[in-house]
Design a protein around this ligand. Sequence first.
Ligand code: LLP
Length: 381
Amino acid sequence: MAFTLPAGVLDRPTPFYYYDLHLLDQTLAALQRAARPRGFQVHYALKANTNGPVLAHIREHGLGADCVSGNEVQRALSAGFKPDHIVFAGVGKSDAEMNLALAADIWCFNAESVEELAVLNELAGAQNRKARVALRINPNVDAYTHPHITTGLDANKFGINISDLPAVIEKFETLTNLELIGLHTHVGSQITNLTVFEKLSHKLNELQTWLEDRGHFLPHLNVGGGLGIDYHAPDTNPIPEFERYFRVFEKYLVRRPNQQVHVELGRSVVAQCGSLVSKVLFVKRSQQTNFAILDAGMTELIRPALYGSYHAIQNLTSQGEAQPYDVVGPICESSDTFGRQVLLPETRRGDIVVIRSAGAYGEVMSSGYNLREKAEAVYSL
Ligand code: LLP
């Protein structure tokens, strides 16, 4: 179905983010239909989008919260996520952030280094608490995605290397304010090759056998997030392939009796429900190309500039003959380009251009560079 905006929305000043909460609900329903019968627990990765109405819908569908900063933990709590549905991950948690999460008695810390474990143990002791911990393991599994969003290789800063695991497990004996409850991994984002999750399952199976041989049973496994979406066809594929994704883990991950498996998805939950809506300021013709200059730029959506990522771009107001345009923003950087040689119907000043699949890692990564104002968020009813 072709993309349209509800009447009245365009009375707002551009640029703005538009969120289709009906599509978000459909996505969440599809996600839980695939996860629940298979016994998977889903935590939503707040880093993808932290807007209040978005979080409210996500919580209503029974997801937990995966946070990577103290402020995200606080945002999750104020959005009504129960502390025992909140996990806190991140390679560099500050003492203040850990203290906040300890005081809130969140369900689990995903710990990423020996030093972090020692500090968390000390801070938990000072609060007279016992913190539940999952070890984030770096499984050295290639996610076959953009290098900037690959996290599970030895070269990446994330997680505890498998070779360090014996020492970490030994150290746990002395960390009396910590309770080791699980293993955590996250190998990357926008993963479309599902054999990555098959390989990850095999790695986790090996790790579990290794731990069991040493007398450790961990009741929780967290396989992270990363499921990709179809940036090329947001209208034909608005809902990600949750069934196929969970089937991979169901088939290859050997779950122990009474063991819980958790996933922490961000992009696949919220990307397709959000669009960046902008107006064409000018059309400039050069020898080489036509530039469609929008009033939205890399300050609102940095993904194309930062990762060279593709987003579908549509002109909602013109019926003219298709022509190629370099679609750019107003920021003083040549990387402020949303797409090159994009075929659009003949485009003029004042036309409305939308950049699709921008609900994840769009608004949250916006900046005030060039003293730009923060774009408003508008929601469908
Ligand atoms: N869990 C951990 C530990 C993570 O680091 C991430 C994402 C997720 C879960 C959620 O991953 P997802 O399901 O959204 O793929 N700004 C980049 C994406 C960065 C992802 C960072 N970590 C982008 O715009 O593509």
